[in-house]
Design a protein around this ligand. Structure first.
Ligand SMILES: Nc1ncnc2c1ncn2[C@@H]1O[C@H](COP(=O)(O)OP(=O)(O)OP(=O)(O)O)[C@@H](O)[C@H]1O
Length: 533
């Protein structure tokens, strides 16, 4: 195609067709975004056959070989789980499972084995996870929201964007298995919305499906309830518990499968290492179970308690606690600036954003080189939440002061070599999800260049543009847009943000009490050993 010459009009037509193709795979169309022009229908491939083709175009012999390898190392406990799920799929019977296991027990290993088994046979598996960062670990995993078009504002009557007799409906109809990892962190209404939508879609195949959970599909949820439950700002503990999947009416149909053997521990080389890791891992589990602290067990731990951290895990402070935790977590920092493998597995975790910012500012000051400050452009929406009242009473200066979860700060301070984290899902195929970490390699005026240090595309060079973002925090009573790079500096991060990150060398900085056992568990279970020198 060296001599291919396209006119401006032809280029425009192909670009619109490409955009329409992408939008259709998310159940949307250019016509949903006026005043965008429409695409020429003859240039847009049939969406249904394309979606099916995409889910079946795997290298089947390669997957079959991968599957054989995995089966040969599977433990008997894992084999039991695998067989239960595969038998249900082969029998073509409905099934709802929950695969429960703490970090390192091989849940992802099971997802990979199931995907390889079915895809190498030409079957469709829809694999997703609650967060983008966990979705990257599953082969062709997507976030649950994008996979099933789950609405972001959800209630007990919500439905997903997958509706009967639409191209998107063809995928769940043909799928043999649906996998949903990190289920405990998602609100039960998301699962219930999918349940209702699948019943609706699958009743077009057989009327009886409307009375069967998830329309009769085999659905496997997975995760660890010790970790952080759905994040609901301003909610009480009972409200959060009531929002989690095991409080849903669907839970009574769920068969719980359990993995208990920590496979990450067992990959150790020496006996003494294994012993040390086991002791540490037992302590972590006792924190997760709430059976540690003040010598009490169970219910009493509902109130404020103090957990004694073993003295060999504590970092002695030289008088400046931030300097001590930075030295301990990032030894020889200046000799390793820009090195992907150095930053890949390290982070400092803290319970609150304000503390995280103090640590990040400290580390940024240590790094040599020019510092750039990027200020956001904040504008009010001209309509407020309730209708069409002009909402210009909020000045840009006032909007600049807002700090909200998932929203980059108005003032972003960066240097080449800084470790940063994406705050939005940008491009799953490039591994750019909410939570992906990068090292900044160039700072342009309109674009940042970085190298990926976490997830599926480690080492890849990527470009990050500015985006217009709206805070999703509904405690802010009006709407505004912030145009800024969707990142935050991530030498240190909040414990909530660290969930799903593959970290091995973690410093936990706790100048103020932690909110919950779940948070402490997530923080300390990130490292696989007391990796503090
Ligand atoms: N049967 C097995 N044979 C070989 N390696 C295994 C096996 N099971 C698990 N592993 C390895 O053990 C490590 C931990 O497993 P995996 O990531 O699947 O656990 P997980 O439960 O998903 O953990 P997390 O919740 O922390 O992501 C991985 O490196 C995985 O490849």
């Amino acid at each position: 195609m060296l001599n291919l010459r396209l006119t401006h009009e032809q280029l425009k037509a192909y670009a619109l067709a490409e955009l329409e193709t992408m939008l259709q795979s998310f159940g949307k169309s250019l016509s949903d975004f006026p005043p965008m022009p429409k695409a020429d229908a003859s240039l847009v491939p049939d969406v249904e056959s394309r979606l099916i083709h995409d889910e079946m175009s795997y290298n089947r012999p390669v997957l079959a070989a991968q599957h054989d390898r995995m089966m040969s190392t599977m433990t008997s406990e894992q084999r039991n789980v695998y067989d239960k799920i595969m038998t249900r799929v082969k029998e073509d019977k409905p099934g709802l499972f929950f695969l429960y296991g703490y970090g390192g027990t091989g849940k992802t290993f099971i997802w990979r084995a199931l995907c390889a088994a079915l895809r190498s046979d030409g079957e469709i598996v829809l694999a997703c996870a609650s967060s983008g960062i966990a979705a990257l670990l599953i082969p062709d995993g997507r976030t649950a929201h994008s996979r099933f078009s789950i609405p972001f504002t959800i209630d007990k009557c919500s439905m997903c964007g997958v509706t009967p007799n639409t191209p998107l409906a063809s995928l769940p109809i043909k799928a043999k298995l649906i996998i949903w990892d990190e289920a405990p962190m998602m609100h039960k209404h998301c699962f219930e919305a999918l349940d209702r939508s699948l019943r609706d879609v699958l009743k077009t195949v057989d009327k009886r499906n409307k009375d069967i959970p998830f329309g009769g599909k085999v659905v496997v949820l997975g995760g660890d309830f010790r970790q952080i439950l759905p994040v609901m700002p301003g909610s009480t503990r009972p409200e959060v518990v009531n929002a989690s999947i095991n409080s849903s009416h669907l839970w009574r149909y769920c068969e719980v499968l359990t993995l208990t053997k920590n496979m990450r521990l067992l990959s150790s080389a020496s006996e003494s290492d294994i012993e040390g890791r086991k002791l540490f891992s037992d302590w972590v589990l006792r924190v997760g179970d709430g059976t540690i602290g003040d010598g009490t067990i169970g219910e009493i731990n509902d109130v404020d308690i103090s957990v004694v951290i073993p003295s060999d895990l504590l970092i002695p402070s030289s008088g400046n606690p931030i300097a001590s935790i930075v030295d301990s977590t990032y030894p020889n920092l200046l000799g390793n600036i820009g090195k992907v493998e150095y930053f890949q597995s390290k982070a400092i975790l803290a319970p609150k954003n304000a503390i995280v910012e103090q640590v990040n500012d400290y580390v940024l000051d240590l790094i040599p080189g020019e510092e750039k400050i990027y200020l956001s452009y904040d504008t009010p929406y001209h309509k407020n939440i309730d209708g069409d009242v002009v909402d210009d009473i909020h000045t840009p200066e006032f909007l600049n002061t807002f700090v909200a979860s998932g929203l980059p700060n108005h003032r972003l301070q960066l240097k080449v070599g800084a470790s940063v984290m994406l705050l939005r899902n940008m491009d799953q195929s490039l591994g750019l999800c909410n939570g992906t970490r990068l090292i900044i390699t160039k700072m342009g005026k309109f674009v940042l260049e970085g190298r990926v240090i976490s997830g599926s595309n480690i080492g890849e060079k990527v470009f990050i543009p500015r985006l217009s973002l709206t805070p999703s925090d509904n405690r802010i009573p009006f709407k505004f847009k912030r145009r800024q790079f969707p990142i935050s500096v991530s030498f240190a991060m909040t414990i909530n943000k660290s969930e799903g990150q593959s970290l091995e060398h973690v410093g936990v900085y706790l100048p103020s009490p932690i909110f919950s056992y779940g948070q402490l568990y997530v923080a300390i279970s990130q490292g696989w050993f007391k990796n503090i020198d």
